[in-house]
Design a protein around this ligand. Structure first.
Ligand code: MRU
Length: 346
């Protein structure tokens, strides 16, 4: 049973602190938009769908604290709350998608008394959370067909239950393959600098009893050259209309390695990750994070003080390296421009 990293109990949002896993399992409580925004910014919660769900709750808390004379005034203040939440992390489009959905919900209930409008916004956040797990299971059902029995699957970062409302995207496909009776094993890239693979993917797969082997990021090519990897599955933070895919830094290198070794490279993501307003991946904003994540590991300095650092948190894999994009509505293959558009009309 995969973990659910986001809970809502007694009018309180509960998030497992992903900065502390796997050494400590600490749940933090939230009741206002500002602290929810800080939780996303500081990566208490991370992963594109999970930050979308969390932001929806943040917006609902923000709405709850607004006392406006009329809907126009309410909506102005509510938009400011949504802007605050949207600014926390720029790459994952699910964040903006969820906030746009919350705004649409507010507009649709503009005629209701304030208390009912606020209740409708909490109901919408609950719906976004519940739907996310359902979508992941649908994605798993479509994607597991691509996974052969006995497959040794490389994954990068954490696109698991921890990164979503539950079950996972890339790890959801793997879980679905296991549920279908396939014997699969996972090779997890450690994913420097934040170590989502080592700390989170390894932890959640071990919790589920799915065989997992941890490697440093620079070992993937060697394992591929030895014939020890049968396919790659990763998640996504934003997919442009042509299929170019932003995901955790290092994904691009893995995709090129997979192409060189003729290994299928799959992306699993819900339609809410596809940004049809961007024609290609060069337009996707890439978050740059603090140098300290590179100069330090586990709180310890690993580089000379004052060294110049780059720390882009994501990279863009061109669509030509992607064998298929797995969504809740089915599997898209090249030409992605056409096949992704087709998913939206299914
Ligand atoms: O910086 P993070 O941990 O939020 O980055 C997460 C990823 O890159 C995931 O692969 C992506 O969000 C997909 S999660 C289902």
């Amino acid at each position: 049973m995969a973990i659910k990293p986001i809970r809502f109990e007694n009018d309180t949002l509960l998030l497992i602190d992903q900065r502390l896993l796997p050494n400590q399992e600490v749940w933090l409580s939230y009741k206002d938009a500002e602290s929810v925004a800080e939780a996303i910014r500081s990566m208490v919660v991370r992963g594109a769908p999970a930050i979308g769900v969390t932001a929806a709750y943040g917006a609902a808390f923000g709405a709850d604290a607004i006392y406006a004379g009329d809907f126009i005034e309410f909506f102005e203040e509510f938009s400011d709350v949504c802007d605050l939440l949207a600014a926390t992390r720029p790459t994952a489009v699910n964040l903006c998608w969820a906030l746009e959905r919350m705004k649409a919900c507010a507009r649709a209930h503009a005629d209701l008394p304030g208390s009912e409008l606020k209740a409708a916004l909490f109901a919408e956040a609950h719906a976004i959370a519940a739907e996310d797990e359902i979508l992941n299971r649908a994605m798993g059902a479509h994607g597991q067909v691509l996974i052969p029995d006995g497959a040794r699957i490389l994954t990068h970062c954490n696109a698991g239950a921890l990164a979503t409302g539950g079950f996972g995207t890339a790890l959801g496909v793997i879980r679905a393959a296991v549920e279908a009776g396939k014997s699969v094993s996972v090779i997890a890239d450690e994913t420097r600098p934040w170590l989502q693979g080592a700390r989170l993917t390894a932890w959640e797969l071990m919790q589920d009893g799915i065989p997992v082997t941890l490697i440093c990021d620079n070992m993937a090519g060697y394992l591929m050259s030895k014939g020890e990897i049968d396919c790659v599955i990763v998640g996504a933070d934003r997919i442009a209309a042509n299929g170019d895919t932003a995901n955790k830094i290092g994904t691009y290198s893995v995709a090129i390695l997979a192409k060189e070794h003729d290994i299928p490279f799959y992306v699993a993501a819900p339609l809410s990750t596809i940004d049809r307003s961007l024609s290609d991946g060069s337009l996707i904003p890439i978050e740059e994070r603090s140098p300290g994540e590179v100069t330090h590991c586990g709180g310890h300095p690993i580089a000379p003080a004052g060294v110049a650092v780059r720390n882009p948190a994501f990279d863009v894999t061109p669509a030509r390296y992607i064998s298929a994009i797995i969504s809740e509505r089915g599997v898209a293959t090249a030409d992605f421009q056409t096949s992704l558009a087709g998913l939206f009309s299914r």
